[in-house]
Design a protein around this ligand. Structure first.
Ligand code: NAD
Length: 416
């Protein structure tokens, strides 16, 4: 079951890093578990007059480096173990980009595709009524994740401010720009990932200006990756994309902008003019230079990773690769940019958003891009150098960088 339980995977990844770092037993044990977690039942009035009870979670994994920070996922298969794993990965993510925050995550088990806008708003407000007292800019700060949006963040901020009777824009990030969101937050996750691909190409001596790429998952992260890959790397051919309803490909290349428009207009990637269908499984095994897993966890496994042909795998999704698959990919010399490094652009700009909210003074888009590039490039090279120096695979190297930073903070506080 280790193969499928994301939290068991997160613990296994930590164990490997702890051993390699020679971490003492108490610190290791402390970092294996969330420091605090909340389980709530959320009654929501549905449009048909009934009341439905949703299960909600918030995990505050580790706050040694600062207030916990992490997204809220609304998904029918959301479980406490998924949230725990995501909260652990947030802890390593804020540490790898060296921002003064800890890691947390939240979620609601629900199917947003079956909820009306009114039901979503009432669910968002119910979540804040239940969890709000545990949130705040100095405590724990949520953000969007799978199937949650800037609009949902706006309702949550409004509910929080209504309860406390004060303005607190920094209590949540990923807000619409008109009410305290940051420039550049929308595409930050994908942008940070593509900056890492650019740096990986440098250390691998690859020219990616005509590289082919494929994207699994075509939501916030995947759609922006489609267009930013070409913009930042100076060209490229988008071979295939997919979403939960299936994928499409075109050996001659898909137009990224038209593909995004099609997805937004029709709600799916399938049926894109001039494309042929491809399954999510076949997409992962395509002959291409860069593969972006941008859907959910557990997609690259021991079974299919041997068939990956990409030179670089940039994990925009959290947890797309199992530990067994990591070893296979490393042996095949596939250059994996591990999730909590590759997708750290999102939390980095969320952190910028919090800083701007606190100052009540806002940066230009160019300032955000420049600061993000600096953070991502520095983080990428710290991990790459660790991998070279310690002769370990990239994920283990990134873990070693992050876990050492979190462990130091725990020790300085006198916790261990
Ligand atoms: P999203 O809800 O905008 O998009 C998710 C996409 O994945 C959708 O297109 C959906 O159809 C697709 N999908 C779902 N199940 C699938 C499956 N089995 N096969 C193929 N596609 C499938 O979510 P997002 O914000 O883009 O997040 C995607 C991943 O990136 C998640 O792992 C998330 O945790 C991670 N991430 C997102 C951010 C961010 O800022 N948005 C930051 C860090 C990490």
């Amino acid at each position: 079951m280790t193969e499928m339980n994301p939290f068991a995977i997160a613990q296994e990844q930590l164990d490997e890093a702890a051993e390699k770092l020679g971490l003492d037993a108490a610190t290791h044990e402390l970092l294996r578990w969330p420091m605090r977690e909340y389980h709530v039942s959320l009654p929501v009035k549905m449009d048909n007059g009934t009341t439905k009870i949703f299960k909600g979670y918030r995990v505050q994994y580790n706050a040694a480096r600062g207030p916990t920070k992490g997204g809220l996922r609304w998904h029918p298969e959301e479980t406490i173990d998924t949230v725990r794993a995501l909260a652990a990965w947030m802890t390593w993510k804020t540490a790898v980009v060296d921002i003064p925050l800890g890691g947390g995550k939240g979620g609601v088990t629900c199917n947003p595709k079956e909820l009306s806008e009114g039901e979503k708003e009432r669910l968002a407000r119910a979540y804040i009524r239940a969890i709000g007292p545990q949130l705040g800019v100095h405590r724990d700060v949520p953000a969007p994740d799978v199937y949650t949006t800037p609009q949902i963040m706006a309702w949550m901020m409004d509910e929080y401010e209504t309860i406390v009777g004060e303005s607190h824009p920094g209590m949540i990030t990923g807000k619409p720009i008109a009410i305290g969101g940051s420039q550049g937050r929308g595409d930050a996750t994908a942008r940070g990932g593509v900056y890492c691909v650019r740096e990986a190409a440098k250390v691998l001596n690859l020219d990616l200006s005509n590289a082919s790429y494929a994207i699994q998952g075509f939501g916030n992260a995947g759609q922006f990756a489609a267009t930013l890959h070409r913009e930042i790397l100076g060209g490229g051919k988008l071979l295939a994309v997919s979403d939960s309803r299936g994928g499409v490909m075109n050996a001659a290349g898909l137009d990224p902008e038209a593909m995004v428009r099609h997805k937004l207009e029709t709600g799916a990637v399938k049926g894109f003019p001039g494309s042929e269908p491809i399954t999510n499984e076949a997409l992962l095994e395509l002959e291409c230079d860069v593969l972006y897993p941008a859907a959910l966890e557990g997609m690259l496994t021991e079974k299919n990773s041997g068939d990956v042909k990409a030179k670089i795998v940039c994990e925009l999704a959290n947890g797309p690769t199992t530990p067994a698959a990591d070893k296979v990919l490393h042996d095949k010399k596939v250059y994996v940019i591990p999730d909590f490094l590759a997708n750290a652009g999102g939390v980095t700009v969320s952190y910028f958003e919090q800083v701007q909210n606190t100052y009540n003074y806002y940066w230009t888009l160019e300032e955000v891009y420049e600061k993000l590039d600096q953070r991502m490039t520095t983080a990428f090279h710290a991990c790459h150098e660790m991998a070279m120096k310690s002769k370990v695979h990239n994920r283990l190297a990134a873990y070693m960088v992050s876990v050492a930073r979190v462990a130091e903070a725990c020790k300085l506080r006198g916790w261990v």
